[in-house]
Design a protein around this ligand. Structure first.
Ligand code: GLU
Ligand code: ZN
Length: 470
């Protein structure tokens, strides 16, 4: 599909640095990124660090690193929410001036004694009764501690969120009271800063997790009060655990970056994630370009998506197979910091490339591939190959003699070994496993001739000789 040219599209990913970036967060970032690329719009990043107690620099670093690993890099400089606090307070004061907000001097105990706790949808909270609304339009009493409260418009009985994914959702106004914009310690509240910052960043589409839908009606009221143009909202379906319940640590690594250490390719993880709530016919495997080309908001499902580790493994193995060996080698070295150069000193670069090409066909992750190569490099242990009968030793002895005068190409080796089986009156199916164990220590190994050509004549013969000597 052609890219739709919507030059004004500006989307953002707005993580709170109170923990590592989890799978759900990474999917939100990816969907925003893909939508921006598909529409030739801009993808922005904002760090929502207003919760001072829980926000930590190390989480900011980890979030940035994870996004960079997946190449979901923003098109404009990072916006740090806490750096904009003065601006948030300025906008709140402006709303007070315009009689859309007011100073409230009630303590929490006072509110509680007047109205008690209310329970809505199982969540119990303090609904403010509007006691200080009478101060609307009055200057602040500088003797008293205060919060700034939003004056929910009186004529508002319900708010409808027009969600591009979920359709229209109407909230009754009793779900919100005159909520706080700025706390008594001067810290602006979450729903308010999100709106001020999204307007400042000229965000056109807010694509975020379903758990934020509950905030949207309040935010819509704030857009209206501030006179900001209303963005389009789209709330992504939840990611559920394999059994359909809330996703737990057992279902997925809590931290998206763990997948890097485990040897998943970022393009595979993104490919897997894009299908969690979005589809394009029955296509499962996408390159990044294909994802960008195909990605539209109307193909996002409103239903929850199940996290399936086995499918992720499969997607990763497909991407591994189609990756170039040299690129995988560089990736293992540079990104996964695996000490490849230190390990395989006796192997030439060409040998390593051939072996990566062979083993990438049979591995799920790059960790698996790396372990396979290490095992192969170490050579089979005596224990693994000591099961040999006298007959088998004799057989290998003759084979070694033959291999010594054979050129090591796939084709010639294939011809020569078939011939050998004929003269020795044995089946290739019996000889193959012997050679495989001698070369790798395992019966289950890549194709015989590929393996022998990759290892080369000298090493193949030397390994067979060790086998023979045991
Ligand atoms: N900071 C919020 C979070 O990490 C996202 C808020 C939003 O996208 O509006 O869940
Ligand atoms: Zn009050």
């Amino acid at each position: 599909m052609q890219h739709v040219y919507q030059p004004h599209v500006r989307v953002r990913f707005a993580p709170s640095p109170t923990g590592m970036l989890h799978i759900g967060g990474l999917r939100t970032a990816l969907f925003n990124f893909l939508f921006a690329r598909h529409t030739s719009g801009k993808f922005l990043l904002r760090i929502e660090d207003t919760d001072k107690e829980r926000s930590q620099q190390r989480y900011i670093d980890a979030i940035l690193k994870t996004l960079q690993w997946c190449r979901l890099t923003p098109d404009e400089p990072l916006v740090i929410q806490s750096e904009r606090q003065d601006e948030h307070v300025r906008v709140a004061e402006q709303l007070v001036e315009e009689h859309k907000a007011y100073y409230c001097y009630c303590t929490q105990q006072e509110v509680q004694s007047r109205v008690g706790q209310t329970t809505i949808d199982g969540v119990s909270y303090l609904r403010y009764d509007g006691f200080c609304r009478k101060f609307i339009g009055q200057p602040r009493n500088s003797q008293k501690s205060y919060v700034i409260r939003f004056a929910v418009p009186e004529n508002c009985s319900e708010i409808t969120v027009e969600d591009v994914i979920k359709g229209n959702i109407t909230f009754a106004s009793d779900t919100f009271d005159d909520f706080i914009l700025v706390r008594s310690d001067g810290a602006p509240m979450y729903n308010f800063v999100v709106v001020v910052d999204d307007a400042f960043m000229r965000i056109t589409h807010i694509i975020r997790g379903e758990e934020h839908l509950i905030n949207t009606p309040k935010q819509i009221l704030l857009y209206q009060a501030c006179g900001y143009p209303l963005p389009t909202f789209g709330h992504l379906p939840l990611i559920l655990g394999a059994d359909g319940s809330k996703m737990s640590k057992r279902d997925a690594a809590a931290n998206a970056f763990d997948y890097m250490d485990r040897g998943y390719l970022p393009e595979a993880l993104c490919n897997y994630l894009v299908r969690l709530g979005w589809s394009h016919g029955d296509q499962e495997i996408f390159t990044l370009t294909q994802m960008v080309d195909a990605f539209t908001l109307d193909a996002i499902s409103s239903k929850g998506a199940l996290f399936d580790n086995q499918k992720l493994d499969w997607v990763n193995s497909v991407h591994l197979k189609s990756s170039n060996a040299a690129a995988l080698y560089e990736y293992m070295k540079q990104v996964m910091n695996l000490p490849l150069d230190r390990h395989f000193t006796h192997w030439s670069y060409a040998t390593i490339m051939q072996l990566i090409d062979l083993y990438k066909q049979r591995c799920v992750t790059l960790q698996d591939l790396y372990c396979e190569l290490i095992l192969l490099y170490k050579r089979p242990t005596v224990f693994e190959i000591s099961e040999l009968t006298f007959e088998q030793k004799k057989l290998l002895d003759s084979l070694i003699t033959l291999l010594n005068i054979t050129e090591f190409t796939h084709q010639i080796l294939a011809g020569c070994i078939k011939e050998f089986c004929k003269t020795q009156e044995i089946k290739l199916g019996d000889l193959g496993p012997l050679i495989r164990v001698a070369l790798t220590g395992k019966k289950d190994a890549p194709g015989l001739y590929d393996l022998m050509t990759a290892l080369g004549k000298q090493e193949t013969i030397s390994r067979l000789t060790t086998y023979y000597l045991v």
